[in-house]
Ligand binder design. Structure first.
Ligand code: SF4
Ligand code: SF4
Length: 453
């Protein structure tokens, strides 16, 4: 049985207030560290290497050359303070090191010391610091208290993206042998088996058959969940959580019903049975590419014409923003369709064309709201109009119900609050952080429930 973790759950605030700072309250060892076999499976050293300092600084230099944005972010902060109270982890924990600018400074102080003239000559004057073991430990702890949600960047007048700095820090940590267990244990399962769960093809086939039977019991209709069907028109790539977890599985059942109603020819691939791409969380281009290439290979092997992604915030970010760069070109697909397409875009089109007809009154006993996923909201788009990523999911929900209510405007769309568990933090060894980080989202949810529920 899991050990019960003791911590204070933050109380809902009647009105959002400026938090009282509690320095060091979230100082600690961070999440569980990856074991040597997990690290080595991803091409990283198994444990903290002896010359970690020099290797870390070299890696920082490499990243600064590779990503110009990183250097711009590190050079352009004017300490205006606009981001300080915008991070859900800062709001929920009150630890000042969870202010986005303070999180960046953990990285910036080392950057200044080694990569700027003033930092080399007058370190104290510009807040430059050596990368000591204490600083490295702070990196591990506090860069795993950032869900890479990018909310802070919306409020920064310079658009400084703390998520990119967190990704760079995590990549450096991996490079010196200090990786996070949760992410680094999962990624090799994709290479070995095809999905984060480690669900092999026979188990996946069995799961899908079981879902077909459930749908037959529920509707009396033979709705299929095809697997590895060569020549299907559509390849559905969805997070493997959809194959077993609640309520994710209802999403997958919904996709099958949508495809059935549209008379679509579609398939899931056992080889690329994972939309999630934890390579992004650890900031590793190579791993992100390796995971993405499986989608390309599956599409080629199965000779599909289109690729549709199921719901998953960061998966859609990788798919929408990076898939073509990582694994393209996709010129072998049908050019009449976006590559890739989001299941909400596909579903909304069908609703608008009248292919799917819905009886809204069947949901009259429900009051609905919508949590914009951080990555979808702030790093992607849906459809062909600005803001489509906000409108299309809402249009789909509103087509299903008569009672829809948004949460407070400063907590939705591009200002959406993280659920607390994104960015590779959805692990029980970070439960306290997740509960505390969920505070502003839960407050907004409570308010909409109190007002309309
Ligand atoms: S990216 Fe999100 S989690 Fe990270 S510092 Fe900014 S607001 Fe906080
Ligand atoms: S809002 Fe931007 S410029 Fe201002 S302190 Fe934060 S990161 Fe620096």
């Amino acid at each position: 049985m899991a050990k019960k973790i003791k911590f204070d759950v933050p109380k809902f605030r009647p009105y959002p207030t400026v938090p009282v700072l509690k320095p060091g309250v979230m100082k600690g060892n961070g999440p569980f560290v990856a074991k040597p076999d997990m690290q080595e499976a991803l091409g990283f050293p198994g444990e903290l290497i002896d010359d970690w300092h020099d290797v870390a600084i070299d890696k920082m230099g490499d990243l600064l050359k590779k990503y110009r944005s990183l250097r711009v972010f590190l050079d352009s902060c004017v300490k205006c303070g606009a981001c300080t109270d915008k991070c859900h982890y800062m709001i929920g924990t009150n630890d000042p090191k969870n202010m986005p600018v303070a999180r960046q400074d953990l990285f910036r102080q080392v950057y200044r010391r080694h990569f700027t003239l003033t930092g080399k000559l007058f370190p104290k004057l510009v807040g430059a610091k050596d990368l000591t073991k204490d600083v490295l430990d702070d990196w591990y702890n506090y860069f795993h208290q950032c869900s890479q949600c990018r909310r802070c960047s919306v409020f920064c007048p310079y658009g400084i993206d703390t998520a990119e700095i967190s990704m760079a820090a995590r990549e450096i940590l991996d490079t010196v042998g200090l990786g996070q267990k949760y992410c680094n244990e999962i990624i090799p399962k994709i290479y070995k088996i095809g999905n984060n769960l480690g669900l092999p093809k026979p188990a996946l086939a069995n799961t899908l058959e079981g879902l077909e039977e459930d749908m037959k019991d529920e509707t009396g209709i033979d709705i299929k969940m095809p697997l590895d069907v060569e020549g299907a028109d559509i390849l559905l790539v969805t997070p493997s959580a959809d194959f077993f977890a609640e309520p994710h599985i209802d999403g997958l059942i919904g996709y099958a019903k949508v495809f059935h109603q549209a008379g679509a020819s579609w398939t899931i691939s056992s080889y690329a049975s994972e939309a999630a791409n934890f390579g992004m969380f650890i900031g590793s281009y190579e791993n992100m590419r390796k995971v993405s290439l499986r989608v390309r290979e599956a599409a080629l092997d199965l000779k599909v014409k289109r690729i549709i992604f199921g719901e998953c915030g960061h998966a859609w970010r990788v798919a929408y923003a990076f898939l073509n760069t990582l694994a393209g070109p996709f010129d072998f697909l049908d050019t009449r369709y976006p590559v890739p397409q989001h299941i909400c875009e596909y579903t909304n089109d069908l609703i608008k064309k009248g292919v799917i007809k819905l009886d809204k009154s069947a949901n009259d006993h429900r009051r609905l709201t919508f949590h914009d996923s951080c990555n979808v909201a702030r790093a992607t788009r849906m459809g062909d109009k600005p803001g489509g990523q906000f409108d299309i999911p809402r249009e789909v929900i509103k087509a299903c119900c008569n009672y829809y209510y948004d949460m407070e405007s400063y907590t939705i769309k591009d200002q959406t609050y993280c659920c607390g568990g994104g960015g590779g933090l959805l692990t029980d060894d970070l439960l306290e952080l997740r509960v505390k980080g969920a505070l502003p989202r839960m407050e907004a949810l409570k308010q909409v429930v109190d007002d309309h529920g």
